[in-house]
Design a protein around this ligand. Structure first.
Ligand code: UT7
Length: 334
């Protein structure tokens, strides 16, 4: 591989303090702990309290990643999110300012649950093009602020959190260097995951006829099928491009969409259970944040260790998907 590689130099994760169990949800929705556990693998999740925004989660995860890197300087901040603090401006500049990073390049990436993979591509590009030597990539979502609290098909899955990595310029041969990135999209299927109102199409047409159009909506069953297919094929391609056999993978870190989806993808890739990383049971589906939050937790509790060959894959609205590989470096999650 030519040019400068992006190398993971720090990692951090954060969830807000308010815990919501399945039984809490069952008190206000026509659902049950048994249904949620068996259909999604989720037992509990953390949610923002009133007044807390995505930037608040992003700053916490960003602080931890910078501390983990042991070097507070970066030249750019990339924030992957579906729940920016406001429609305009982007949230990344405020996060950069609150982290005391000065007047660095800062922008948001909108790729829903694939945001971390797309963010890795953006950050790698900044490094490869000599625009930045060090990039803070944060993936943060306060999904509970856009989910319809009365919609049991989404309210039981989505939750809030943030994860972040510091990437530095380095060599492709180093531990921590990102391998080839596979990215894709299918806008023909954008209706499977959407917030219909709030953008230029609705605003130019006038107020939404249906107040529920302001909320996140997902056609679960179709989304499920595409998630399995796309994460399987993107993972296969990324491993192939990296020159890895599938049984070389020590740790499989997929977007925590649904435990059944993760099991299906892992089965298709023949990744045994002990090599799969998961935290969906404790944190639910945290959107773009899910992969870096999982990596941060796994690095901190020892499930993920230096030298592990890791495969990352994500899938989300757009539709969008992605995958990449890396050998986990000596970084400490704080
Ligand atoms: O993060 C990015 C992308 N997102 C995903 O990848 C998520 C993909 N989809 C899913 O995870 C699953 O499709 C869901 C968890 C959303 C739903 O699970 P499912 O096994 O696909 O259920 P379903 O939609 O086929 O519904 C089965 C039944 C239905 O009842 P009937 O029609 O069989 O009588 C639903 O009305 O379960 C019912 N149902 C519920 N029941 C209790 C749906 N949600 C609930 C609920 N509690 N929360």
């Amino acid at each position: 591989m030519l040019g400068r590689a992006a190398v993971v130099d720090g990692i951090g994760g954060y969830v807000p303090p308010e815990l919501v169990t399945n039984d809490d949800l069952a008190q206000r929705l026509d659902t049950s702990d048994a249904w949620i556990r068996s259909r999604t693998g989720i037992a509990e999740r953390y949610v923002v309290s009133p007044g807390t925004a995505t930037s608040d989660l992003a700053v916490e995860a960003g602080l931890r990643a910078l501390k983990s890197a042991g070097d507070g300087r970066v030249d750019a901040v990339v924030l992957a999110t579906t729940t920016p603090d406001q429609p305009c401006p982007g949230t990344a500049p405020q996060v950069a300012a609150r982290l005391g990073l000065g007047q660095v390049a800062a922008f948001d990436v909108a790729a829903v649950c694939s945001g971390f993979l797309y963010g890795l591509a953006a950050a790698s590009g900044l490094i490869a093009a000599n625009i930045a030597d060090r990039v803070l990539l944060i993936a943060a979502d306060a999904f509970t602020t856009i989910v319809n609290p009365a919609d049991r098909t989404t309210a039981v899955i989505f939750a809030d959190g943030a994860g972040a990595v510091v990437l530095r310029a380095g060599a492709a041969s180093e531990a921590g260097a990102l391998g080839p990135l596979v990215l894709g999209s299918d806008g023909e299927l954008s209706h499977l995951i959407e917030v219909p109102a709030g953008g230029s199409r609705q605003r130019s047409a006038g107020p939404p006829a249906d107040p529920d159009d302001q909320y996140f909506r997902m056609l679960g069953r179709d989304t499920y099928r595409h998630a399995v297919e796309r994460m399987t094929s993107a993972s296969t391609q990324a491993a192939e491009l990296a020159g890895w056999r599938l049984d070389d993978i020590d740790r499989f870190a997929a977007h925590q969409a649904n435990a059944r989806i993760l099991t299906s993808v892992a089965e298709r890739l023949a990744v045994p259970a002990e090599r799969q990383l998961s935290n969906i049971e404790q944190v639910g589906n945290t959107g773009a944040a899910s992969i870096p939050l999982l990596l941060a937790q796994a690095a901190s509790d020892g499930r993920l260790r230096a030298g592990h060959r890791v495969l990352l894959t994500a899938f989300g609205g757009g539709l969008s998907w992605g995958a990449t590989t890396l050998v986990w470096p000596e970084v400490h999650s704080v």
